[in-house]
Design a protein around this ligand. Structure first.
Ligand code: ADP
Ligand code: MG
Length: 693
């Protein structure tokens, strides 16, 4: 339960002065529903009103605060003409300009003959300095309240900066000091303020540097957020690790049989990963390990050999894929490899219903199915296992982080190996998994040829469509990927259908199509035809993105490549270059291409190293955009900026390690403060993993 000290922070924003029901609806969209959300909404720039030159010295197009004597009012004679007021100081004249002004109000604010302070942007017209609609006006006594530095906030329609500023000030007034959760020595070294002061500073920038990610106040707040993130992950992970006491150490009999039958030798990376995994499984702790390997690096064999370790111990294993196509494909790859071992894998996906499903469930329950391959259908409530020892989750970024951890924590004592083909940058890995055990497949299987990647305008689409004819006649198989349409998969499918018809006119029944709206069986039939070479050109939406393996495919064409994320393009391109023949990838872009788009496509042309691509993607787009944060299940930060705060993240990780060594149940004074921190960042669930939450 949330500690009482935080209650003021979690009151609805409607309890703030000036935030009524209408405003709160708008405000909520950019901040969130609680006072704490307003606190996290930091200014992104500021208006500096401290500069107070004479009229003659005031530079054009700058914000200045001027002390002037009001000379004369010139009310507008007709509507569109402005109301003007002339003023002066000892160096020259100033003209104040108002549109749609109320004369009586201006007479009161700026009486003729009086001295007044005005603040706003000035510019010169015909040599005369003008200020249109001063932002602030007042008497000389009010100078201090006028000549300030005002924060400028990110806004939304209907919320002015003035209102946002007022709301932020009101929210800051509701804050109270919180117990310090930082290590005092570390805080001193960093010269960071207390939390509440840091928050106030971050909301009151005084100079350019105050907006930078390395401004001390912003660093402190970012660190707090990262610390909460790392601590929460560490607590979940610790619970998961502790939960099982099974040591899985097979005798290697089945693994030897399968390895001997493989048509290739494992790469050094694969061997190393298997060693790390086997060591981990042999521990009387629950394994929670990530296997990271670029597309085509050979994760499937590693998954299978890992599963066999469990099966050798008389346990069951599951391999879970994010899509039906992939689950079936794993089945097709794995089944022949198991020949002669006496193991018959079963497949379970959402498509299996009725009697067939019941039969599979029975086999899982009585243990006769030693290996199950499937989609998340495997984890539905009514699916029970006789003795599940291992779950391999492939392409796991499709599943939410918490979902994944929760699944492992649900109480079935299973070791978990998650596999991802998306080379998530190290930085983001840490925020999504904490200090998780990672094995990486850095080496590609021998015999891979580099893919020749070219970037060209969509205007040449017809030429390209004609050109693939030549390639196909030489035996090439071609993927043709249709544009990603974020807003509507209907449009996406329509685009695929249109391209399909277009290519069919050229190549007749050598062309096939798969898209997300097709039935599973239909998709499988088309994919199988493509794999067998019954069709040569496969028009597809991004359903082929993940994992599909047709080594004979050597050409990939991607329409509107600029709309895809780099990680996605990399995944797509990974579908080719898998066989012995040379491969070509054509990235077609819609002109005009933005600078960022150009930079991204350039990276695709220059490298095939998934980790380099991932790092570049992070650099170019920032953490929020990489992989599409929402779909990726990566956490979104309010205060921390990645990669700018990468160093702090590493420090937070180490900090958490020390904290949990010294004070595993967060019982010390600092521990108590850290609990407050977890609640402050709404990591409530993680606190339940503490012995006395
Ligand atoms: P991914 O990591 O993308 O899932 P896969 O497991 O699908 O990669 O492997 C891609 C292809 O490489 C498959 O055809 C697989 O049989 C093959 N392969 C895997 N390991 C090796 C290896 N050590 N040497 C040669 N080919 C391999
Ligand atoms: Mg795979």
């Amino acid at each position: 339960m949330r500690p009482e000290i935080l209650f003021p922070f979690f009151k609805p924003i409607t309890t703030l002065a000036g935030v009524g029901p209408r405003i709160s609806v708008l405000l909520e969209k950019i901040t969130g529903a609680h006072i704490v959300d307003v606190l996290w909404h930091l200014p992104t720039s500021y208006v500096d009103r401290r500069f107070s030159p004479t009229i003659a010295e005031a530079p054009d197009n700058t914000v200045v605060t001027l002390e002037v004597t009001v000379m004369k009012h010139f009310p507008s004679r007709n509507r569109p003409a402005p109301y003007k007021i002339t003023c002066f100081d000892e160096t020259g004249p100033l003209e104040l300009v108002f549109f749609n002004a109320r004369g009586d109000y201006l007479q009161k604010q700026l009486p003729e003959g009086e001295t007044r302070i005005v603040s706003g942007t000035v510019e010169r017209f015909n040599g005369i300095l003008q200020m249109t609609h001063p932002d602030r006006m007042g008497t000389p006594e009010e100078r201090d309240a006028i000549q300030t530095v005002d924060p400028v906030y990110p806004l939304t329609a209907g919320i002015t900066n003035k209102l946002m500023g007022k709301t932020a000030r009101a929210a800051l007034e509701k804050t109270i000091p919180l117990p310090e959760w930082l290590d005092p020595a570390f805080k001193d070294r960093k010269k960071w303020q207390d939390w509440q002061d840091a928050l106030k500073t971050a909301h009151a920038p005084q100079e350019e540097d105050d907006f930078y990610a390395d401004a001390p106040a912003r660093e402190r707040l970012a660190y707090d957020e990262l610390l909460a993130n790392q601590l929460a992950l560490a607590l979940v992970r610790r619970t998961v690790r502790k939960a099982s006491g099974r040591s899985i150490k097979g005798d290697g009999r089945l693994r030897k049989q399968v390895r001997d039958a493989l048509p290739f030798a494992l790469t050094g990376s694969q061997e190393e990963a298997l060693k790390e995994i086997n060591d981990d499984m042999g521990q009387p702790l629950r394994m929670l390990r990530l296997l990271q390997g670029d597309v085509g690096s050979g994760k499937t064999v590693v998954a299978l050999l890992t599963a066999l370790n469990a099966i050798e111990c008389g346990m069951q294993a599951v391999i879970m894929a994010p899509t039906e196509i992939l689950a079936r494909q794993h089945m097709e790859t794995i089944e022949p490899l198991l020949e002669g071992t006496g193991i018959t894998p079963v497949v379970l996906t959402g498509r299996d219903k009725g009697k067939k499903r019941t039969a599979i469930l029975d086999q899982l329950e009585d243990g006769s199915a030693q290996l199950a391959i499937g989609t998340h259908a495997l984890f539905q409530e009514d699916v029970g296992f006789h003795n599940l020892g291992l779950a391999v989750i492939d392409e796991q970024h499709r599943f939410g982080v918490h979902q994944r951890l929760a699944m492992a924590g649900k109480g079935k004592h299973v070791d978990v190996l998650v596999m991802t083909a998306t080379p998530i940058p190290r930085t983001l890995m840490l925020t999504a998994y904490g200090d998780m055990d990672v094995s990486r497949l850095l080496e590609k299987p021998a015999g891979r040829k580099p893919v020749d990647t070219r970037v060209m305008s969509l205007e040449r689409l017809d030429e390209v469509a004609q050109g693939i004819g030549r390639m196909v006649s030489k035996g090439a198989r071609v993927y043709w990927v249709c544009p990603l349409v974020e807003e509507s998969d209907k449009i996406e499918v329509a685009a695929a259908e249109e391209r399909f018809e277009h290519l069919q006119k050229l190549y007749g029944d050598r062309v096939g199509m798969v898209h997300g709206k097709m039935k599973g069986t239909q998709k499988d039939t088309v994919m199988a035809a493509f794999a067998k070479g019954e069709i040569d050109v496969l028009v597809a939406t991004t359903v082929i993105e993940v994992g599909v393996n047709v080594p004979e495919a050597t050409v990939m064409i991607i329409e509107h490549a600029e709309r895809f994320g780099l990680a996605q393009l990399h995944q797509l391109r990974g579908r080719i270059g898998r066989g012995s023949a040379a491969s070509t990838c054509l990235l077609l872009y819609g002109a005009p291409l933005s600078e960022n788009g150009q930079a991204r496509l350039k990276i695709m042309r220059e490298t095939e190293d998934g980790f380099v691509i991932a790092e570049e993607d992070l650099r170019l787009r920032g953490a929020g955009e990489v992989l599409g944060t929402r779909q990726s299940g990566l956490p979104e930060f309010r205060l921390a900026q990645l990669p700018a705060h990468e160093d702090l993240l590493a420090v937070a990780r180490d900090d958490v390690k020390l904290i949990l060594e010294k004070d595993p149940d967060l019982k010390s004074a600092r521990g108590e403060a850290l609990r407050v921190l977890l609640y402050l960042f709404e990591e409530d669930a993680s606190v339940t993993y503490l012995r006395s939450g």
